[in-house]
Design a protein around this ligand. Sequence first.
Ligand code: LMR
Length: 330
Amino acid sequence: MKKISLTLTSLALALTAGTAIANCDPGERVVKFSHVTGGTTHPKVVAANSLADRVNTEMNGKLCVEVFPNSTLFGDSKELEALLLGDVQLLAPSLSKFGSYTPKYGVFDLPFIFKDMDHAIRFTKTKEGKDLLLAMDEYAGFVGLGYWMSGMKYFSAGKQLTVPSDAEGLKFRVQTSDVSKAMISAMGASPQAMAFSEVYGALQTGVVDGQENTWSNIYTKKFYEVQDSTTETNHQLLAYLFMTSSEFLASLSTADRTQFLQIADEVTQAANLNVKAAEATNRANIIKAGGKVNTLTPAQRQEWVDTMSPVWKKFENDIGKDLIKAAAGA
Ligand code: LMR
């Protein structure tokens, strides 16, 4: 891989989109990495670009990773299918988007199961957490290479939300997660599943009243511009399955596979070390840009916990009681 020379305009566009620019040499195997987030400070953008930089330097002449951010290659609804078809080799979708492949990842969506990201990271290092990386290998051929944390999630809406009853009757965009849908219903609100690329427009035009996301997504996608405020609920985790297909891995020579997996692992460790700082920066960026952040007293937060706790019971059988116990107790 050699870096290409860019005009100032194309450089500016590439930086805005968080694109890792690569120009693959003849003979190099092109590896496409598609994802849906954008900006330059987003943890997934940083991790994907770091993976591309490392592979393209350390495996120069063999593999060449091209990153396509912002749903420019495949959006939410198409990316997993594209991986199955071999049209892309690397993805990092949210764990909330695997409902049609496995109910097990619902464990990551249970409201308030993780106190914070450190708790979630501890779970991913347990036997149960590691086993889940390969939960879909046998029948779908999806191979989890690691978990990339993104952040805890917060609710935003066109009005300030302080207690769950403030959300009654509102419509919230959610990812395609049955757990998230049940959680919104428990608040007396209506869930509407929608691709990430459509959220800003839906908030702006009033198709939905609110959404739930991390500071990095709220900042880089400018959701704060079209919402009254964001409430620091910390109610759910957003994390990604950094993944490939068993077919892609099998197509590499043993030496290349070992080197690629080593880089993938090191990038994953570094990404999870840096994610808290990225989230804090983007929280501050929202406030600097004029967005409002609403903090909760412990009593107000407890109301959210109590409202959402019946959701666990609903998914206990699908997810598995032991798995829930392992995650909660990690
Ligand atoms: C969302 O759809 O809200 C997120 O999963 C987007 C992302 O990849 O962070």
